[in-house]
Ligand binder design. Sequence first.
Ligand SMILES: NC(=O)c1ccc[n+]([C@@H]2O[C@H](COP(=O)([O-])OP(=O)(O)OC[C@H]3O[C@@H](n4cnc5c(N)ncnc54)[C@H](OP(=O)(O)O)[C@@H]3O)[C@@H](O)[C@H]2O)c1
Length: 360
Amino acid sequence: MNIIHIYLFGLGNVGSTLIKQILESQHFFKTHQGIELKIVGLANSRKVLTTADGIGDDWEQEFAQKSITRRSDAFYDFASSYVEVRIAVDATASKELSHFYPELVEQGFHVVTANKIANTLSQEFYDNLRLLLRERDLSFEYETNVGAGLPIVDTIRNLHKSGEEIFAVNGVFSGSLGYIFNRFSEEELPFSSIVLEALKNGYTEPDPREDLSGNDVARKLLVLARETGLKIEFSDITIENLVILDLQTASANQFIDRITELDKPLLHRKSLLQPDEVLRHLGKLDVVNKSLEVSLQVVKKDSPAGQLQGSDGFFEIYSESYASHPLVIKGAGAGKAVTARGLLSDIIKIAKSCPIVIYK
Ligand SMILES: NC(=O)c1ccc[n+]([C@@H]2O[C@H](COP(=O)([O-])OP(=O)(O)OC[C@H]3O[C@@H](n4cnc5c(N)ncnc54)[C@H](OP(=O)(O)O)[C@@H]3O)[C@@H](O)[C@H]2O)c1
């Protein structure tokens, strides 16, 4: 039996769903795969809880009663007293935590993350983190950085590793913006009310401007671009920002209070559509020309992107073997359940690759 100790940062939409999924499937992994998953650390931005026995169904109560003020080294202190396979799971959108990954690796943690920031900091940070991981023989998995639970990162990585030249990746990279523009194109609702509903349902980033600014899709393009071996910075990406200038620097609360100011410019874009056209938010990664572009586009209703429903993501991968007929991946591209399942799948991937630790 390989016992995997999980330290989870972030107890919001994705983090709490991951806990539920792990607790529900603990028995399955133990009996069918010889893996015991134990969540021994929990942290939000203010509090931290460690427990040698692992949390149970009453974790929320336990966290409320027994957690202590968060110190960034709380997990290290606790983990250092055990010989264990330890995985730090990042289910936050925190920049601060992303900067801690090298330290987590130094402390012997594998890292699994839904947070795109670490992979989209400078190329230098990216390369140094990988060097450190190789030196320590530890893993870093981030399938949920692109397309939530859809297997995009792994597909690109496997094609690249097998020597296949990747030419381009195009599509609807954001399930959240997919959901928003599918509805906006078809329904007579103000843009702002659709965004607020998407936020309430956990489809958008905690601050929806991260999606509407195009930054979130740009980060996804960058994650994939670097997976294909390109050396490139976030500042090299051409991004169309859908947030009006006035609201770009407002506080998160002010933005929500004034979100109806986005309605007019977007209604104007919609009024220019022909009956057989819809608006879609597209990402274009042109690997050959090293060009990354994020923008709102008019597409035909009967095109693959035009036919998307709900929060589906849609990715077309063009490569040597898929030059004229792209490899297409399509499906739910946002949502806490599919994202948490993607994190769990990354955890199991690492668990299976780890040598069994003998406990005395
Ligand atoms: N929702 C989706 O469909 C989806 C899809 C793909 C990827 N993701 C990614 O998943 C991540 C989490 O999204 P979410 O929707 O679950 O966000 P969320 O509901 O806002 O939860 C964020 C959690 O992170 C905690 N947190 C913030 N800073 C922290 C820090 N420095 N240390 C420890 N915890 C910290 C917050 O704690 P407090 O409550 O104390 O602030 C909160 O518990 C994001 O990176 C997002 O991009 C989400």
